[in-house]
Ligand binder design. Structure first.
Ligand SMILES: NC(=O)c1ccc[n+]([C@@H]2O[C@H](COP(=O)([O-])OP(=O)(O)OC[C@H]3O[C@@H](n4cnc5c(N)ncnc54)[C@H](OP(=O)(O)O)[C@@H]3O)[C@@H](O)[C@H]2O)c1
Length: 278
């Protein structure tokens, strides 16, 4: 299959391109700073790039969180996705696989499966984040075949959670460290996924039925469990345990993706954090 990867230079994209090629696909990658410079916020440039690549499928791995700027990321989710989907339709592309997140679900107890609705909160800043996720997911669904991968918190090379990354700096007390997330060791539950497992799911998802799939490891966990463990793995001080839980921080279940043959090579952050790979 000929596959256009939008966001080919990112933390997931870098893992994804060689895996697609190894699976026999022909890959065209786009991003602002890659070999084919395209700004996804420029509708005309996106239309030209997709028409020229003439792909069988598009894989959308675009985020703009390098500056830990939620507004920039939302623009990519809303406008960037719009441009990509319009360009795909114009080029007759039938299939898209797109990166979403697994922590936009409505509040509740216990990890969410894909039947849980997205959070209907109107409280900023979460309302804006969920609106961006909803826009991305509904826009890609305009194509005849659309798979949405709701990734857990990404860790591994190039991420905030990697050795030397922004989370390590924040835990070490660097006030300049910027990332979107929390270092409170409370009862808020998160699900993680290593970037290699995230990329493996995207390769497989080229053949999955349309719909949303949580792509998370097997162990949703409270921050008071995973944060001290991460701190030890990163060689930085562990934060003191605190009380409370963010109501929507519930983690997610991966049975649906597992049912289609995907299984995380790193099934738990317990072992995954210790050796994040290169
Ligand atoms: N689920 C999660 O936990 C999750 C999801 C996403 C990000 N993050 C975290 O955020 C960190 C940094 O985020 P990041 O967004 O910089 O991720 P990233 O891993 O660098 O990937 C973003 C990709 O999108 C491309 N891109 C961004 N804006 C674009 C635009 N306007 N036009 C074309 N391409 C565009 C980037 O390439 P160019 O910069 O070359 O354009 C890059 O290829 C990650 O390493 C990770 O820790 C976490």
């Amino acid at each position: 299959m000929r596959v256009l990867v939008a966001g080919a230079t990112g933390a997931v994209g870098r893992q994804l391109v060689p895996r697609l090629e190894a699976a026999g696909h022909e890959v065209v990658g786009i991003s602002r700073r890659g070999p084919r410079p395209v700004d996804v916020l420029d509708a005309g440039a996106v239309e030209r790039a997709v028409a020229e690549a003439a792909p069988d499928a598009v894989v959308h791995q675009l985020t703009d969180l390098g500056g830990a700027d939620g507004a920039a990321n939302n623009r990519v989710r809303v406008e960037g996705t719009r441009h990509l989907v319009d360009a795909a339709r114009a080029a007759g592309v039938r299939r898209i696989v797109a990166q979403s997140i697994s922590w936009a679900y409505a509040p509740g107890d216990g990890p969410a499966d894909e039947s849980v609705p997205l959070d209907a909160t109107d409280e900023p800043p979460r309302a804006r984040i969920v609106a961006g996720v909803r826009a991305l997911e509904t826009t890609v669904a305009e194509l005849p075949e659309a798979v949405v991968l709701r990734y857990g918190i990404l860790y591994g090379p190039g991420t905030w959670y990697a050795p030397g990354g922004a989370v390590a700096a924040a835990l070490a007390g660097d006030a300049e460290a910027r990332f979107l997330g929390s270092t409170a060791a409370d009862a808020s539950v998160s699900s993680f996924v290593h970037v290699a497992d995230a990329a493996d799911a995207a390769v497989r998802a080229l053949a999955w039925p349309s719909g949303a799939y949580n792509v998370v490891d097997d162990e949703p966990a409270p921050a008071h469990a995973w944060l001290p463990h991460l701190a030890r793995a990163l060689g930085v001080p562990a934060p003191a345990r605190t009380e409370g839980r963010v109501p929507w921080a519930r983690g997610a279940l991966n049975a649906r993706a597992r049912g289609l043959g995907w299984a995380p090579a790193r099934p738990s952050w317990r072992t995954g954090f210790v050796d994040q790979g290169a």
